[in-house]
Design a protein around this ligand. Structure first.
Ligand code: AMP
Ligand code: GLY
Length: 449
């Protein structure tokens, strides 16, 4: 049998590796916009298009290869309707169609859906539209001012659509205060026609990914990501510098009740999306949540596996991923276990010097022997004509340590980083006891208030 994987990052490297462990006699074919050396070695066919959105090429490749099903990794092709295209060819996807993809593609869609179906976990929010007709620019600015004043100036401004995490600005972090926030909100309106403003949530963030066949949710271990580029959560936002997950599949600052609430919100959202779109949402629902004093709140949903969250969970997946995908597609997830080893994982991305604002590119990066229980998943690295690895300018290689405890997994990931040589840096603090204790104490203080 044959499966198609769309995408060529470290996340897809982890997915392809999980497929390679399948007991089925499997051929893996890949549709990518670059050659990923970590993926290519598993692929029986590897098609490189100029873009993952080149659906004509995707259709051609899929029609030639005739895979049983496809897994679409990144958000851009999902939101643009890759699953619609493939399903027209009779190839089912572990990814929602374009309508369901709005869950990730539009922050306004998700917030309004939660409101309409009265799902708990929504922060206070409002969508402001561009001035027109009787409503002047001054009216819209005044309405926004009133709204943020009612939030005591504690708010977040979100440009709609896919922005790679860079369209969100938070008061206190990226925005100095009300004037600054309103200025940014106005710019968003001018660009997109509208903007979402919402209450700033205070707490600890966590990622929970569920596979779903449209009815049943199968949870993956909870993961915490680190968006800031530098240690101690300083510096610009990135796609994610690293992640950790504990051996009990939770996180040290979460309660069992937090996990129950996240599942309840996601189950209610799944039903709401199905109802709203008139079709079953199939694939991944990945909630970015905030544990707060008042309970779990939703930051956003993604319609795909997280990167680097996928790198934590796939190497410890004990179930056969082919069986799980088949169950997602046939609607039989209820009877198909999704199991993970009781292991802690710590993932650290090595990134080019200067990342994310002015990353160097094209320099050589070398990978030496990895320590035991350490995985290296390739992201933005290219193989040159002489077989040397070169930095591509974005997150380069994800090193994942796997062990019985977080502290051991962290040390293995650090050892793994030492086997990489080149002009790169990484966050040493991710997964360390010091950082995790700070998260735990932060959350204890919040819950006490
Ligand atoms: P998003 O693209 O919606 O995931 O937002 C990017 C980041 O902005 C999140 O990971 C949070 O750190 C932060 N963020 C988004 N919404 C909120 C909120 N309502 N309150 C506090 N922080 C937020
Ligand atoms: N790790 C963040 C994301 O995948 O969106």
């Amino acid at each position: 049998m044959k499966v198609l994987v769309v995408g060529n990052g470290a996340r897809e490297n982890a997915i392809v590796e999980a497929f390679s462990r399948s007991k089925h006699n499997l051929e893996i074919v890949v549709f990518a916009d670059k050659v990923n050396p970590g993926i290519k070695k598993f692929a029986s066919a590897y098609e490189v298009a100029s873009s993952l959105l080149d659906f004509e090429k995707l259709r051609e490749f899929a029609a030639k290869e005739k895979p049983e099903f496809a897994v679409v990794g990144p958000e851009a092709p999902i939101v643009a309707g890759a699953a619609d295209e493939l399903e027209k060819l009779g190839i089912p996807c572990v990814a929602p169609k374009k309508l369901g993809g709005q869950l990730e593609g539009s922050k306004a869609f998700t917030r309004k859906l939660m409101q309409k179906y009265e799902i708990v976990g929504n922060p206070a929010f409002a969508v402001f539209k561009k001035w027109s007709g009787d409503i002047s620019e001054a009216d819209v600015m005044e309405a926004m001012r009133k709204f943020v004043e009612a939030l005591n100036g504690e708010f977040v401004v979100k440009a709609d659509g896919l922005q790679g995490g860079k369209g969100v600005k938070v008061v206190g972090d990226h925005l100095a205060g009300i004037a600054d926030g309103l200025h940014y909100a106005k710019r968003c309106i001018e660009e997109d026609g509208y903007v979402v403003i919402e209450e700033k949530l205070i707490g600890e963030e966590f990622s929970l990914m569920y596979l779903t066949d449209g009815e049943t949710l199968a949870a993956m271990p909870a993961v915490q990501d680190h968006k800031r580029a530098y240690e101690d959560d300083k510096g610009p936002n990135t796609g994610g510098m690293g992640t950790y997950s504990d051996s009990n599949h939770s996180l040290p600052f979460l309660t069992a009740e937090d996990l129950v609430q996240a599942r309840e919100i996601t189950q209610a959202m799944l039903e709401a999306v199905n109802e709203e779109t008139g079709e079953k949402f199939r694939g991944v629902m990945y909630g970015g949540f905030m544990a707060t004093k008042a309970g779990v709140r939703l930051i956003e949903y993604n319609a795909r596996f997280g990167d680097p969250e996928a790198e934590n969970v796939f190497p410890i997946m004990e179930s056969d991923f082919v069986d799980v995908c088949r169950a997602v597609i046939s609607g039989n997830l209820k009877n198909t276990p999704l199991e993970f080893a009781k292991k802690a994982t710590v993932c650290k991305y090595v990134v080019p010097n200067g990342y994310p604002d002015a990353p160097i590119k094209g320099e050589e990066i070398k990978v030496f022997g990895l320590p035991e229980n350490c995985k290296a998943y390739y992201a933005s690295v290219d193989l040159d004509s002489e077989g040397r690895l070169r930095l591509g300018g974005s997150r380069a290689i994800a090193l994942v340590g796997i062990a019985d405890s977080l502290s051991k997994a962290e040390r293995i990931a650090e050892e793994g980083v030492k086997s990489i040589e080149g002009p790169v840096f990484h966050r040493r603090d991710i997964g360390t006891e010091a950082l995790i204790n700070r998260r735990v104490i932060h959350m204890q203080n919040i819950r006490k208030q």
